[in-house]
Design a protein around this ligand. Structure first.
Ligand SMILES: [Zn+2]
Length: 840
């Protein structure tokens, strides 16, 4: 062998090894954001009864957690909010308490005269009531502020129109300006845009509740160095639209502030437009801006209650406080169907060209062939553009790509050329037999094709803009000829249209046998100005109706069937959908977005509302794949490579990216009992620095996803307090036993830089003996319907395991078949992993 040939061998071997070494080290050069390190706070809660003192110029509130002052004149305002946790102020200067726009004109805070203040007591709580009046605006205002023993104060605001004319009012309440805890640069925030953003960068953010950007009704500021924070939230369980705002400035005067497409996707009607409320001083503004209220003469408008509070630690206290309140009203419509809990690897397939993860398309030889093309590791596949399409675009232009011939959303007929309904139904059944569910992009409320029958017959259902015109949209790259795919926006308030949509989806489930209907942004109902329609008070009311109708229709066709939405608008609306395709860190947004706002890699709403099935939709693979795994949620494989990926991630091939998803999604599926559990908690304690863990539990096993955010491998104790004497611990991604030390009660393992792994605490059920050419697997406990699966070398999600049915609690396997191989032996009960042993 000459030198050159030797060199070649080395190179080949190396690339073979690198490829084969799967994901360990796959992310070694691809860092993720680092959250700030929290320090313990200086102070603590004190045992102090709540008191309110009304003196000449101010009212002072105090309990064991905070002390604050409301100044009575010349202007009603917060003067101080002292936190016992930081032993310091939460405000840098005074803060107004609410802002009111009457007929779209800001009422100057100086116009309000305080007429009366009364203090009252009810059990443990004390309340101050402020009666104010503005002659100019013709408004009487009643503000109440109540405290008890908890770290939260509760405020209510009612406005009375004292004129003889109908008024419209918009209110910013709660409103806190000049919020500053210690050094401005150390002030971090939680903002509820989609799943929740966190950062310390100066930004102007706004997000609408009930439009697709919105999510929950909470805004928070915290200082990790001081180990404490401040938050405010709104208690409204009606789903009424509102806009949450947060701006942060690190210095007084002019400062370059990042503006993340502030009003992105927000309807004009709920947009926050009054920028004059942002002071030029450093600190943060936190608030909630109401949608318009009509104030009738001599009638009162009562705003939803607002809560503010202080706490130690980061914003998790505020989230838990929000969760407690949310759970007083949030009732998910039903238990998630068992099959759907197990869906994690979830590509979308189009006819001839899918998204990157499924680029083969669902056609073969011009016929629908999803049953043949689907792989068992594809838990579900959504078919989009599966419906009938015209042979040309009505302009005589014939093109290959479906989007140019696209007739969905239209009448939702089947395409005869592809085999019609029969082929589709048979194919869906075939895929299901092979382990892959097929869902359909279904009828949605927002629009229909111009040439569809439903529009031709019911043009009166169309949505009109303020000028009285129909709104037509032209999809994708069709600018050269806009009439090609012309969508007419329909009005989601029209009951007949809602029924048409729900009935169409019911028909699709009945006819095709599909068990999932994707409703896209069904929950995002636009405003409509068609005077002939009967419109609800606000679009979220229509969204609620339409979700309820669709859920009922689809379930009546098949109780196993689910409805899926894209972007969730509000926690309120999540009550009537089975799932949400979450687009918090969508790949089309600038890279800056996730590099600024994704500090924790935690999807907070996923933990707040585990009743709903979450799927990450379209993130950058390099961040999104680990993030989805860390959060124990599914992944919609729309793009696995992205042109705007950072340079260091381009070395990871497309094949490796898909392999990673197949492997992690398989793990999630096998443990879907834990990942669908209500018993889950983000950011549980770990031992090493920059290592983060999320927890998911069932009665029999505990699971931790663990993110090593160090740029080097960590090795040693990671989790403690496991009480693991009768258990053992297995890392499930690479299938390795993990050591547990009962003296220190700690679990030790090593994790590659920037990698996410998954440790399970499992009962010691499998007892394995390997001798005389036989592997005897005994189950220590009586297990009903247990199945033992054996994999040699690697469980990559694609390898097919050998399956052995338990007989009298035991399985005897011929060891010859597996000579010199590492064996992964898994016990499944009801399809869920119950124990796992590695035989090296
Ligand atoms: Zn309408």
């Amino acid at each position: 062998m000459d030198r050159l040939a030797k060199g070649l061998v080395v190179i080949i071997l190396c690339s073979f090894l690198c490829f084969n070494a799967f994901a360990k080290g796959l992310f070694k050069d691809i860092p993720a954001c680092l959250p700030p390190q929290m320090q313990a706070c200086k102070g603590a809660a004190e045992n102090k009864a709540p008191s309110i003192i009304n003196s000449e110029n101010k009212v002072t509130f105090e309990n064991g957690h905070f002390a604050f002052e409301i100044q009575k004149s010349p202007v009603l305002s917060f003067q101080k909010i002292f936190s016992r946790y930081t032993q310091g102020e939460c405000l840098n200067a005074s803060s107004r308490i609410f802002l009111i726009w009457a007929d779209d004109k800001l009422v100057d805070v100086n116009e309000f005269v305080i007429k009366n203040v009364t203090i009252s007591k009810n059990g443990d709580s004390k309340k101050a009531e402020f009666l104010l009046d503005s002659k100019n605006a013709g408004l009487e205002v009643v503000l109440t502020v109540q405290i008890d023993k908890t770290p939260q104060a509760r405020m209510e605001l009612a406005l009375k129109n004292e004129t003889q004319n109908k008024n419209t009012v918009r209110v910013l309440f709660p409103y806190f300006e000049n919020v500053l805890l210690g050094n401005a640069g150390d002030n971090y925030y939680y903002f509820p845009y989609k799943g929740g953003l966190t950062s310390n960068k100066p930004y102007e953010l706004s997000s609408s509740y009930t439009a697709h950007t919105g999510s929950i009704q909470l805004v928070s500021v915290f200082n990790p160095k001081l180990g404490a924070g401040f938050f405010t939230r709104v208690e409204d369980n009606t789903g009424r639209p509102k806009t949450f705002v947060l701006t942060k400035k690190d210095k007084n005067g002019d400062e370059e502030i990042g503006t993340y497409k502030k009003l992105y996707g927000v309807f004009e009607e709920v947009s926050f437009k009054h920028t004059e409320i942002f002071p030029q001083t450093m600190g943060s503004v936190l608030g909630c801006y109401s949608y318009i209220y009509d104030a009738q003469p001599n009638q009162s408008v009562k705003l939803p209650a607002a809560v503010f509070g202080v706490h130690s630690g980061n914003f998790m206290y505020a989230l838990e406080d929000y969760s407690k309140w949310m759970r007083t009203w949030f009732k998910h419509n039903r238990e998630t169907p068992e099959w759907y809990k197990k869906v994690f690897y979830y590509p979308v397939a189009h006819d001839i060209l899918g998204n990157t993860g499924w680029e083969k398309g669902f056609l073969k030889d011009g016929k629908i062939a999803i049953g043949e093309l689907a792989k068992p590791y594809e838990h579900a596949i959504q078919l989009a553009y599966w419906g009938e399409h015209p042979k040309d675009d009505h302009l005589g232009d014939v093109r290959e790509h479906s989007w140019y011939r696209y007739a969905n959303p239209g009448d939702y007929n089947y395409e005869d050329e592809w085999g019609g309904l029969d082929a589709l139904r048979e194919d869906i059944a075939k895929a299901k037999r092979n382990g892959t569910r097929v869902t359909l992009y279904g009828a949605t409320q927002y629009g229909t094709w111009l040439f569809s029958k439903v529009y031709q017959q019911h043009p009166d259902w169309a949505q009109l803009d303020k000028a009285g015109n129909e709104i037509h949209e032209y999809w994708w790259d069709l600018n050269d000829n806009k009439d090609r795919v012309r969508i007419v926006n329909m009005c989601g308030h029209v009951e007949e249209w809602q029924d048409w949509v729900a009935n169409t989806n019911k028909r699709l489930v009945e006819e095709t046998g599909t068990t999932g209907i994707y409703l896209d942004v069904m929950n995002q109902i636009p405003y409509c100005y068609n005077p002939k329609h009967k419109h609800d008070a606000h679009p979220a009311v229509a969204a609620e109706k339409i979700l309820k109708k669709n859920l009922a229709a689809v379930c009546s066709a098949n109780p196993e069937a689910v409805i899926e939405c894209e972007d969730f608008c509000s926690d309120h609306l999540l009550q009537w959908t089975d799932s949400c395709w979450m687009k918090t860190f969508y790949q089309d947004l600038p890279l800056e977005f996730e590099q600024t706002f994704n500090l924790y890699d935690v999807s907070f709403v996923r933990f707040l509302i585990p009743d709903v099935k979450w799927t990450d939709f379209g993130p950058r693979w390099i961040y999104g794949s680990r993030r989805a795994f860390f959060n124990g949620i599914g992944y919609n494989i729309s793009e696995v490579t992205n042109k705007s990926d950072p340079e260091e991630s381009k070395q990871v091939t497309k094949e490796q990216r898909l392999d990673y998803l197949i492997r992690t999604c398989q793990l999630l599926k096998e443990n879907a009992d834990a990942f669908a559990s209500m018993n889950c908690k983000p950011l549980v304690p770990t031992l090493p620095q920059y290592v983060y863990a999320n927890y998911f539990g069932t009665d029999t096993k505990k699971i931790y996803t663990i993110y090593n955010k160090n740029d080097s491998e960590i090795s040693g104790p990671v989790l403690s307090g496991q009480n693991g004497q009768n258990y053992h611990f297995v890392e499930l991604l690479y299938d390795e036993e993990v050591s547990y030390d009962s003296v220190s009660d700690s679990v030790s393992l090593s994790i590659s830089p920037w990698d996410v792994v998954c440790v399970a605490k499992l009962p010691k059920l499998l007892q394995i003996e390997n001798k005389d050419g036989k592997i005897e697997v005994k189950i220590k406990r009586n297990v009903k319907d247990g199945v033992v699966k054996v994999l040699d070398s690697d469980d990559d999600g694609k390898n097919i395991a050998d399956e052995y049915k338990l007989q009298k609690g035991k399985v005897v396997i011929d060891a010859g078949k597996y000579q010199n191989k590492r064996l992964i032996i898994k016990l499944f009960v009801n399809d869920y992993l119950t124990d796992e042993r590695i035989l090296n």
